[in-house]
Design a binder for this molecule. Structure first.
Ligand SMILES: *Cc1c(COP(=O)(O)O)cnc(C)c1O
Length: 386
């Protein structure tokens, strides 16, 4: 017995967990600063944590009422019909549900490169395939309709991320409208707003009144601090909203997650504080990191450090975990999530030390014997090369 050919399904590479790294380095997890997964450094809302404890005694019952309650609360908040809100296990679950609803075997999706790897993974899990459009570093990873449309070839789904992970760039409203108008009628544009709370731009949900070729995904994992509970949703056009009943895994969103999400929505202070803190941190990183950074509307900053893998490894040895973006196709960069004020200051200080070290070694100014020898050798080799 063998599974089907899974060779096109690349495994997802997550940011590394704090326990995992602590164990490996023989450090106390409390001494580590983990800024590699864009999690909320302030934790969940205390109201959400209380709701989790409160839900504990009823977890023998399938989640029905809480699912309806969350759906209605979100519908109310977005001013859409309840059936337009597809509550899912994480926003990743929302991507899967859209794949299930839209893709016939062999259908293709178009995804940003660099970008979030789950778009193409989800397509392949659903017997589809993926092509990509480039976001160029030299253009500051700017997102425009033209950039997407140049690569577009009639794909069934076009994925855009705004704010974009891992670069932080945004797709302006007029560009989204041009994109929607530029694609064929059978193409769904999925706008991933996983980080939208941190941005000042309006949500694409506003456009759903007038369009049936757009879906918007959102999550409780980032600004709401509920990543461990796996709750997200899609807001879809009313024209095909009833497809949910045909693609939904029964009771996929857990009772505990639903209860926490309901409570988190009511704790506006927690979200506001989280957003303010992230905006402070991303500015602090941009101003104080000794590396080129890209303007970010999310709760993270992409920094061009030279050798991203070396910098991430060395920072980790000093207890600061950031995301090496090689797996995103950006080996020269690291992505630094916004931490608390103390965490962010420590991360910047550590990264500055490490960046200076790695760069001085790379340019042969290191003071160790080995480095000098390696450097001499490199120069000797360089002389015989044209
Ligand atoms: C974190 C993230 C998600 C989804 O997160 P879930 O935890 O599955 O809700 C979706 N898209 C992007 C771009 C992300 O970074």
């Amino acid at each position: 017995m063998r599974p089907r050919d899974l060779s096109a399904n690349a495994p997802y590479v997550p940011g590394r967990g704090i326990e995992e790294v602590a164990r490996e380095l023989g450090l106390d997890p409390d001494d580590l600063v983990k800024l590699s997964s864009n999690e909320n450094p302030h934790g969940p809302s205390p109201e959400a944590a209380a709701a989790v404890r409160g839900a504990a005694d009823s977890i023998h019952v399938y989640p029905k009422a809480a699912h309806t309650d969350l759906t209605e609360k979100l519908a109310d908040r977005w001013d859409v019909a309840s059936e337009q809100v597809w509550v899912t296990p994480g926003a990743d679950g929302a991507l899967d549900y859209l794949s299930r609803a839209m893709l016939d075997p062999g259908d293709r999706v178009l995804v940003p490169e660099p970008g979030f790897s789950y778009y193409s993974m989800s397509a392949r899990y659903h017997h589809g395939d993926a092509a990509s459009y480039p976001l160029e570093k030299d253009a500051g990873f700017a997102q425009t309709a033209d950039r997407v449309l140049e690569a577009y070839d009639g794909e069934r789904i076009v994925h855009v991320t705004t704010p974009h992970n891992p670069t932080g760039s945004e797709l302006p409203r007029e560009e989204l409208l041009a994109l929607l108008d530029g694609v064929d009628d059978h193409t769904l544009v999925v706008v991933d707003e996983a980080y939208a709370e941190f941005s000042e731009s309006p949500s694409a949900v506003e456009l759903l009144d007038e369009r049936d070729d757009l879906a918007v995904t959102r999550t409780f994992s980032k600004a709401y601090g509920l990543a461990g509970l796996r709750i997200g949703y899609a807001v879809v056009p009313s024209a095909w909203a009833d497809a949910y009943a045909r693609v939904n895994t029964p009771f996929a969103a857990s009772a505990v997650g639903l209860a926490a999400a309901l409570a988190a929505l009511d704790d506006e202070e927690h979200v506001e504080r989280s957003v303010e803190s992230a905006r402070w941190a991303r500015e602090y990183v941009a101003e104080n990191l000794d590396a080129h950074t890209f303007e970010s509307a999310g709760n993270f900053v992409l920094a061009e450090v030279g050798d991203g893998t070396a910098v991430a490894e060395r920072a980790q040895e000093r207890g600061v975990i950031v995301r090496d973006t090689s797996s995103f196709g950006l080996p020269g960069c690291v992505r630094v999530s916004c931490g608390t004020e103390a965490e962010t200051r420590r991360a910047v200080e550590t990264l500055n030390e490490v960046v200076a070290e790695v760069n001085s070694e790379a340019s042969g100014e290191g003071d160790g014997e080995t480095e000098r020898e390696e450097n001499e050798q490199t120069e000797a080799e360089a002389e015989v090369e044209p």
